[in-house]
Design a protein around this ligand. Sequence first.
Ligand SMILES: [Zn+2]
Length: 303
Amino acid sequence: MTHLPLTRRGFLGSLAAVSATAGLSLPLQAAETFSLGDGQIFALSDGTFDFPAQLWVGASDEEKAKLGEHVTIGANAYVYRRGERVFLIDAGAGNSSFITSRFQSVGRVPAELAMLGIAREDITDVVITHMHPDHVGGVIFDGERTFPNAKIHINAKEWEFWTRNGFATDAPEGMRDMVVSLQETAGMIEDAVVLQNGEADLGGVMMQPAFGHTPGHNVMMIDLGSERLLVLGDTVVSDHIHFENPSVGWALDADPAAAQATRRRLLDMAATDGLIVAANHVTAPGLGHVERAGDAYRFVPLG
Ligand SMILES: [Zn+2]
């Protein structure tokens, strides 16, 4: 029997080749519903991103070989319904010109909600892990508020960092377009924003500071009765490497040392407490458990 070795490198290489020849096609619908503990979680895929492997900073040669040249990562968001409240954890990228001129394979959150039968008007609370455009951009779609009835919960430190007067001109050049776009978005949602300081219990959804990736990055702990779910935001950015080697950095981390310490702390907590994790940048739906593997970890997707 012939065995065709399909290495991860080869597989990702073919994916990149396929997406390059297929043009701008968006991934197929991936929304899924999970009954977890005493609640239900709806996992939405906003699409995928392709990033060059060198953005995973400090990976060994062996780890780089496993990654391949380009890495496709998920872009997930999550909905949790509790009584009258409908929480959306992260809003996806939206379709601002900042996004569409750079990334054509994201912006699916509204379509995914529609496929699940959830009206945008029904979202009561949007909870933002951090204000990078792939997480907050989706609060605006086609130039209008995507979720007209929602409060938008953001950590105060995060909001102040990105909305500071003058930041659009004095930010490092490579960040300027992003800051301009974020400040436009912030201006359009300002009256819906509820700034949260420190730990904030939104009613079954707890915002918890987990700084490092950005100055006010938060993770969300969701109380599902017999289970707890931790939405990791950008604490991990890949299906493997950040679990298997939490010391590997991510080029977009604002404070690499703090990001690494946060990653280790949260992966340790997830493994010790048997939490279900929801990882925004793991292949959709990004739900699973964290197991210890030697002095590192392994992500085990929900079966
Ligand atoms: Zn992200």
